[in-house]
Design a binder for this molecule. Sequence first.
Ligand SMILES: Nc1ncnc2c1ncn2[C@@H]1O[C@H](COP(=O)(O)OP(=O)(O)OP(=O)(O)O)[C@@H](O)[C@H]1O
Ligand SMILES: [Mg+2]
Length: 210
Amino acid sequence: MAETLGALLNRQASAITGREQERAQLARLLEADGPVVAYVHGLAGVGKTTLLHAFAADARAAGAVTVELDGHVTYPTQRAVLSSLGAGEEPRLEDAVAALGARGEQVVLIVDTFELLHMVDHWFCRTLVPALPAHVRVVIAGRQAYDYLICIETGRVIEFNSEKLKKLRDEICQQHGFDPLSHQFHIYGISREAKSDGKKKPALGTREVQ
Ligand SMILES: Nc1ncnc2c1ncn2[C@@H]1O[C@H](COP(=O)(O)OP(=O)(O)OP(=O)(O)O)[C@@H](O)[C@H]1O
Ligand SMILES: [Mg+2]
């Protein structure tokens, strides 16, 4: 019989350059004495999704059942997350964790684009994950940055993380008796490239007079 699409997808997912060390680290999740949760983080485009696809193929080849959830697809609400785990119309935590556990003898929940689920990340990590059956393993991947410089001329986005901003956030929250779960800080402005480009070209609506 001709090769199936599933087999082809598995082969493509495994065909990545390098990342042997990261794949080996994730593969330890499948070992009896290995870690139970892994967090893959990094800047945009660094290869998190590609690594997750390769790991998912590795995990399936080792006999595990993989269940994938993506912040691009699932709304950042508890209800949507529970529904996508198979809890039905009226999702309850107990039903969702039971449904996930029933998928197989070894189940790996793979959550990608976790930064888009930041509204529920506290609940996810503190409530959902601890409630999962012991034969479920979890891999979470998301962008590392919380702070962004956004150039309004070129559209370039520069990501950064600032401990100082995080500290300031915590101080402000404390003053208001507010528990911070996550934050994003966007600075809109003109990047270095846009400024040096602007020196070469006349600005819109002006004329160069020599
Ligand atoms: N190890 C790799 N081998 C081959 N191609 C790779 C590898 N890592 C990433 N790529 C390629 O780089 C591009 C970006 O990778 P990917 O989408 O995995 O990044 P990401 O970290 O998930 O980005 P984002 O933060 O936007 O979700 C893709 O086209 C992918 O095919
Ligand atoms: Mg990605």
